[in-house]
Design a protein around this ligand. Structure first.
Ligand SMILES: [Zn+2]
Length: 410
C-alpha cells in the first residue's frame, strides 16, 4: 500500500486552516485530524513546527527540453520544481524542436513519467515553429496538450489567431496567448492592444482564453471588463511582477518589470481583482545567453519564498489567498482534483518553515541561476514536497540516487 502520514502540522489551504495530521493513501488524501492512527508500517513525516499547503501548480514554465540542455532539461527542471514546492508544471512549446507535433508532446509526457517526480502538462504551439505563419496541427496535438501558445511572442496575424481560436473552441482546448504586438514604442500599450484583441476573439468564438503574464493596470482593466461579461477568460501574473520593480533594479525579462505604480495595481488585484493564478514563467538561461541579453528569470525555486517574504509575511495577502493563486485556481484551470488539503483530493503537499536563508548560487537545483534575487535574504524555505503520497523533495535532497530518506517508520 502506498501511504504516508504527515504529523503535527499547521494545515492551510484556500478554504481552511487547522492543525493536525494528514493521512494519504493510494495517492489520495484519506483522512485529516488530530492524532490519526496510521495502519502499521506507514511512513511518517514529522512536520512539527511546519506548515503544510497544497503543492503548487505552475501554469507557465520553460524547461528548455528538447533542444537547450545547457539551460535546463526535463530532469533538472523537475528537480527544481520539486525543490520549489511544485508537483505539476505546464511546459511552454518554445523548445527545439518546437512542441508543434504530437511526437514532442509525447516525449515530454514519457520523460516526466520515467523520472517519476512531477506531472507535466505540455502546451502545444499555435503556429508551426512559432513562426506566426501557419497553424500547427492542432487536432493532432489536442490529445496531448491542454492549451496552445506561441509564448515568447504574440501571434500578430489577426486572421490566423481567429482561426486558432475557432479551432481551439471546437477541440475544447485553451488559447494561452503571450500578448505583445511588435513595433510599438510603448511596451504596456503593445500588451494591452493584444489583450483587447484576444478578448474580443474570445467573445466572438467562445474559445477559452488564459492570458500569460499580464503586467499592466490596463490589462487588468480589460480582463475585469471581460469577466463582467462572463467571457471564459482567466489570467496569470508572475511572482516577479508582483514583488519587484524596475526602480529597485532593472533586470531583463519579458514583459519588463513594472514600475512601482503598476506593481501596486497588480498586488491590489490579488484582493478581489481579476487575477486567477500566479505562474512563475521560469525561464532558465546560461550566464552567456543572459549576458547576450536573453530575457527571463530562473524562478520556480524562489517563487514561494519571494511571495511569502514580500506579500504574506508583511500581511499584504494571507497564506490562504496565496494558496488559492498557487494551487487551487491553477488546478481548476487544468481540471485537476488538486489544490486543496481535503479528503478525496490528490495527496500533493508542500511543507515549509519560516527559516530565513540566502538565495545563493548553490541553492538552485535548476541548471540556471539567472535571477535578480541572488544574495537576497528570504524566508519561507520549502522543507518537503509530496506528490501523490510520495516524498519527492525533503530537506535539501530531491528523490533520486542520493536521496536521504528522513522518514521515520512506525
Ligand atoms: Zn511569454
Amino acid at each position: 500500500m502506498n501511504a504516508l502520514l504527515v504529523k503535527d502540522v499547521r494545515i492551510v489551504d484556500a478554504d481552511h486552516q487547522l492543525a493536525g495530521d494528514i493521512l494519504i493513501r493510494d495517492g489520495i488524501i484519506w483522512a485529516l485530524g488530530r492524532k490519526l492512527l496510521p495502519p502499521r508500517g506507514v511512513p511518517v513525516l514529522q512536520g512539527e513546527g511546519r506548515t503544510a499547503l497544497p503543492a503548487f501548480i505552475d501554469l507557465h514554465a520553460h524547461f528548455r527540453d528538447p533542444g537547450f540542455p545547457e539551460k535546463e532539461d526535463l530532469l533538472s527542471g523537475a528537480r527544481a520544481a520539486a525543490h520549489g514546492g511544485f508537483t505539476c508544471v505546464s511546459l511552454m512549446p518554445n523548445t527545439d524542436p518546437v512542441c508543434d507535433s504530437p511526437e514532442v508532446a509525447r516525449y515530454l509526457l514519457a520523460e516526466a513519467k520515467r523520472h517519476g517526480l512531477i506531472e507535466v502538462y505540455p502546451v502545444g504551439a499555435i503556429t508551426v515553429g512559432l513562426m506566426g505563419e501557419e497553424l500547427s496541427p492542432m487536432e493532432a496535438l489536442a490529445p496531448w496538450v491542454w492549451a496552445f501558445s506561441d509564448d515568447g511572442k504574440g501571434v500578430e496575424d489577426h486572421e490566423l489567431m481567429l482561426r486558432a481560436c475557432r479551432k481551439a473552441a471546437g477541440l475544447d482546448r485553451v488559447i494561452f496567448p503571450h500578448c505583445e504586438f511588435q513595433g510599438l514604442s510603448d511596451r504596456g500599450l503593445s500588451e494591452e492592444l493584444m489583450v483587447a484583441r484576444d478578448l474580443w476573439l474570445c467573445r466572438r468564438t467562445g474559445c477559452r482564453l488564459h492570458l500569460a503574464h499580464i503586467s499592466t493596470p490596463g490589462s487588468l482593466e480589460l480582463v475585469s471588463l471581460a469577466k463582467e461579461r462572463r467571457l471564459p477568460v482567466t489570467c496569470e501574473v508572475t511572482p516577479h511582477h508582483l514583488c519587484l520593480t524596475r526602480e529597485e533594479g532593472d533586470y531583463s525579462v519579458n514583459p519588463p518589470l513594472p514600475d512601482r505604480e503598476a506593481r501596486e495595481a497588480l498586488v491590489k488585484a490579488l484582493k478581489g481583482g481579476p487575477i486567477d493564478a500566479i505562474a512563475t514563467d521560469h525561464a532558465p538561461h546560461t550566464p552567456r545567453d543572459k549576458a547576450a541579453g536573453a530575457p527571463g528569470i530562473s524562478g520556480i525555486e524562489l517563487a514561494f519564498p519571494l511571495l511569502y517574504t514580500r506579500l504574506v509575511a508583511p500581511g499584504v495577502i494571507s497564506l490562504s489567498e496565496l494558496s488559492r493563486y498557487l494551487a487551487l485556481q491553477p488546478a481548476r484551470i487544468l481540471g485537476l482534483r488538486k489544490g486543496l488539503i481535503q479528503v478525496g483530493y490528490d495527496g500533493d503537499l508542500m511543507l515549509f518553515s519560516d527559516e530565513e536563508f540566502t538565495a545563493s548560487e548553490d541553492f538552485f537545483f535548476s541548471k540556471s541561476t539567472n535571477t535578480p534575487l541572488l544574495g537576497t535574504r528570504l524566508s519561507g524555505r520549502v522543507w518537503a514536497t509530496v506528490h501523490r503520497g510520495e516524498v519527492i523533495y525533503l530537506d535539501g535532497a530531491v528523490k533520486g540516487r542520493d536521496f536521504r530518506d528522513h522518514r521515520e517508520v512506525i
